[in-house]
Design a protein around this ligand. Structure first.
Ligand code: GP9
Ligand code: MN
Length: 629
């Protein structure tokens, strides 16, 4: 066999070996198990696509195009691995529009890259060496001189067909992790792209008329919401903040374990601890974020509905109609604003906040904010709180206000400049994620203390309902060992998902602590109950001051339909089959018959389904009588 042909075959084999290794590592890391048949099919399919340019061009430059295709697949699969480490999902097609977001979290991304990731690029290095070697060969051109477009087209079609085989085995209920573990990342993306295009087709669009079953489903759904809201009036605090101002603070990367924590004799969050002494404190509240991470925390807390299954709610639902907290309060005569120290494009907030019902959005570069102190990703929490206190004072002179502040300074990688690190930590904490995290959280807590003092000095404190909660976890599972060693904390899923929720109503002096299991879904209903909002609301959450049975269901960050509850915890199976999940008795920690978890499982499934149903068909237009059924 002539030498040229041999080198081509070697080139193809290296591509296959490289693609197979990248697929194997990614399937193993993201899902933990590998479907070897689909691993071979996917790797072979990708290889056939990568070698197409060799036949089309018939010249050496075909090797370069072939290498470019390999690099595209290699980087895509590796990006899924890094993205999943932080956002618990793989990249989605909708995110292409937000590619600019990447540079703003570049330093966070670097903290997610591990030395062992070099293995993902071994194939690429071998191909680069091979390419240089072949280009250095004099005279002989590694090509037959004639273009073999038939063969290259067959190779391309065969490659795509081989990728579709694993994609075809994916089901809608599969978690992202299972999609990758079973079919490989590229086939998972093919499936997601198909779903995305189908959702965009007229058959699925909200414009199509509703079937009679769907109309009946709407009536059932309305009764479901009304029954939940009826409980509000049983609260001992119902209407205690009626007509008062509302300030809601969503704190970046704030886990509940920092509340009351002391290190070296110093409180990590002295101001929050002090606030709790005159507030309602909910100590078993869990995140319910989706692919939109921080922005989904905002969405759930202000809408009491689930985030989108496909991408951040601020992107997927941006043009929908809502009946959110800001909209409900605007109807009550409030001026509403959101404030966040990052650029307005991040998480598509600039567009999303309009349909969420915020009259004003204060962001990095906003004319009213000027050029204040910058820390990390944007305006420092202290500067933002100080500016917003001034703005609220002015607003309060004309009408009641709802101010939503999303903090930023305690964002990963938690590396604040020494000038703002006020905790004196023992040596073993120095330059550790845990030490940096505690310093960041301590800074934000200090900012909170100054903000409350500011509100008091401006005469706003006694006329304002203040809500404070965390958006999601700060440390990652990788940091569990360090947290155990330094703080003695077992960073399991419950601790990781557990965020603080503190609510201070005007002139409250006595603390009340609640152990009820709840989530960000319950924030809006609890606020609307304390504010005595007495009109039909469409909230999946409960007023936590009257919630009897604790439970929280997840659609993301863990296998969808997993839930925690007072009696049983359920870990759903990646394949979406209920009976394949695990039901655990909370008291004994022992596995029990999965049927004991069916009732709450059906409830979580129903709630996620009606949440998607509302937005798939833009039903608030109907519920709010903006269009007829
Ligand atoms: C970015 C901030 C952090 O503006 O909300 O976002 P995150 O990376 O935590 O989702
Ligand atoms: Mn966040």
């Amino acid at each position: 066999m002539e030498r040229r042909r041999l080198l081509y075959i070697l080139w193809g084999l290296v591509i296959f070996a490289g693609m197979a290794s990248v697929n194997f590592f990614s399937m193993t890391e993201i899902f933990g198990k590998v479907n070897y048949i689909n691993l071979v099919l996917s790797s072979f399919g990708l290889s056939l696509i990568c070698i197409c340019p060799l036949m089309v061009t018939g010249k050496k430059r075909g090797l370069i195009f072939s290498l470019c295709l390999y690099i595209i697949f290699n980087v895509l699969i590796y990006s899924d691995v890094v993205y999943e480490r932080y956002y618990d999902g793989i990249l989605s097609i909708e995110m292409i529009s937000q590619v600019t977001q990447v540079n703003a979290i570049a330093d966070s991304i670097f903290t997610l890259i591990k030395p062992r990731d070099g293995f993902y690029f071994v194939g690429l290095v071998v191909l680069l060496i091979a390419l240089i070697y072949m280009f250095l060969q004099r005279g002989e051109d590694y090509a037959s001189g004639k273009k073999n477009t038939t063969f290259s087209s067959l190779s391309l079609l065969a490659g795509i067909a081989l990728l579709l085989v694993p994609a075809w085995q994916i089901k809608a209920d599969f978690s992202d992790q299972l999609k990758v573990g079973m079919a490989g990342a590229v086939s998972a993306h093919l499936y997601d792209t198909y779903e995305y295009l189908m959702e965009k087709s007229p058959v699925f669009a909200e414009q199509r008329s509703l079937t009679s079953e769907e109309k009946k489903k709407i009536e059932d759904m309305k009764r479901y919401f009304q029954a939940r809201q009826a409980e509000h009036k049983n609260s001992p605090f119902y209407g205690v903040a009626k007509g008062k101002n509302l300030i809601m603070i969503q704190a970046e990367s704030f886990n509940n374990f920092v509340v009351g924590l002391k290190v070296n004799g110093q409180e990590v969050t002295p101001n929050l601890n002090k606030l709790i002494k005159e507030s309602l404190y909910f100590n078993h509240i869990y995140l319910q974020i989706g692919r939109g991470n921080t922005s989904d925390a905002e969405f759930v807390a202000n809408n009491s509905l689930y985030p989108s299954r496909k991408d951040g709610a601020y992107r997927t639902y941006v043009d929908k109609t809502f009946y959110s907290l800001p909209i409900v309060l605007k109807e009550e005569g409030y001026i509403t604003s959101a404030a966040h120290g990052n650029s307005p494009e991040f998480w598509n907030r600039k567009n999303a906040y309009k349909s969420q019902g915020y009259d004003v959005f204060y962001y990095k570069g906003h004319p009213s904010i000027g050029s204040p102190d910058i820390l990390g990703m944007g305006i420092s929490d202290k500067a933002m709180f100080h500016k917003m206190a001034e703005i609220y004072k002015k607003q309060s002179e004309k009408q009641p206000f709802y101010g939503f502040i999303v903090t930023l300074s305690s964002h990963r990688p938690f590396q604040l400049p020494a000038r703002v690190q006020k905790l004196s930590l023992p040596k073993e904490f120095q330059n550790t994620m845990t030490g940096n995290y505690l310093q960041s959280v301590h800074y934000t807590d200090e900012a909170l203390g100054e903000f409350i003092q500011d509100l008091k000095e401006k005469g706003l404190w006694d006329n304002t309902l203040l809500v404070f909660y965390g958006d999601h976890y700060g440390p990652l599972p990788d940091n569990a060992g360090e947290l155990k060693k330094l703080l003695g904390i077992t960073f399991d899923k419950k601790t990781m998902f557990n965020i603080p929720l503190v609510i201070h109503y005007p002139k409250q002096t006595k603390p009340v602590e609640y152990d009820v299991i709840g989530s960000q879904m319950d924030i809006f209903p609890t606020i609307s109950s304390l504010m005595g909002i007495d009109k039909p609301l469409y909230q999946l959450g409960f007023d936590l001051t009257t919630k009897k049975e604790g439970y929280v269901g997840f659609r993301h960050e863990i296998v969808p339909y997993t839930f925690f509850s007072d009696s049983y915890d359920y870990l759903a199976s990646d394949d979406g089959e209920f009976s394949h999940g695990t039901c655990t008795d909370v008291k004994t920690g022992k596995k029990v018959d999965v049927e004991k978890c069916r009732r709450n499982y059906e409830r979580v499934k129903y709630e996620i389904d009606i949440s998607d149903f509302i937005f798939d068909h833009n039903l608030f237009d109907i519920l709010l009588k903006k269009r007829s059924l």
